[in-house]
Design a protein around this ligand. Sequence first.
Ligand SMILES: *Cc1c(COP(=O)(O)O)cnc(C)c1O
Length: 368
Amino acid sequence: MQVPLLDLRRQLESYRDDAMAAIARVVDEQSCVLGAHVKQFEDEIATYCATPHAIGCASGTDAILLALRAVGVAAGEEVITTPYTFFATAGAIVNAKGRPVFVDIEADSYNLDATQIDDALNGRTRVIMPVHLYGQCAAMDAIGAIAERRGLAVVEDAAQALGAEDEGRRAGTMGDVGTFSFYPSKNLGGFGDGGMTTTSREDLAARIRSLRAHGGSRQYFHDAVGWNSRLDALQAAVLSVKLRRLEGWTEGRRANARFYDEAFAGIDGLTTPAVGRGKRHIYNQYVLRAERRDELRAHLSEHGIGSAIYYPLSLHLQPCFADLGYREGQFPEAERASRETLSIPVHPDLRDDERAHVADSVRAFFGA
Ligand SMILES: *Cc1c(COP(=O)(O)O)cnc(C)c1O
């Protein structure tokens, strides 16, 4: 049996007709740039996240860049973030002319360890940017309290966490700006690139809207230097169709996670995802931890099971960030996570026999 990590073709069958009809409408209307379809999808995301403003853009990477430009990061000012995330989080900081300052992660959630943030603060710190990794919110109460005390902005990289909650608050609505990605492998993925920012602040919403269209509040008059980062109307139309199914898909992921949690309970040498109190985890990834991770991965591969390592090299050790002056051993939990974590299939179209095969194969590896 072959069980790929993700199977987008299988999911397509469930909404294909609606998506094709939505695409046909955009084509027929020829409202291809920031028309009614983008506006409608922005409104739907704002409603889904229960926040006043949602502004579409070209990608999750651009969403972070727009957020940082909007809250204001001057050249060399510092943005505190996690070293254990997709590259775009830190890449966007550098592209915004800021300096990434890494803080280690919590061993159990893999998210930014708020108790270590204080040590990284100084007069140049402007922003704290937690990432809701794998689909579980970071410690937003603690992060918000530090930001409030020090007058810092909070940007949430919620690319993996659309629909995740912390005490009933949706990811992307707990800081000043939330950023989302609609890259096809996210829980809500388009037929290409797309992104979104969310905010409850009118001033930031206006700034982001302006920056995504060359920094003009009306055409040909420019208050700031922005760039072209619009959400494509075809993507918006498809994403609207898929958003209506998102809760069902999310519950499917959560059911698969519960199945694995039970199947792997009590296995020596294997750790299942820890879900914090009050957190709704949406399992963009279901991530195991094992010291024998590489052997486990090879074993799964022999049994036809796809898996992935997110992420094999912590960002503070990336060659492109050598000039930041970090060294090996500085963030032990991030480094250990990059050696021990393994993502296994959790997507909502996984059949019962497939997830049973995954569970049996993992259990067999540990002799359970
Ligand atoms: C996917 C992702 C991004 C980037 O999104 P793109 O749409 O691919 O540009 C940023 N941060 C995290 C944590 C992500 O997972």
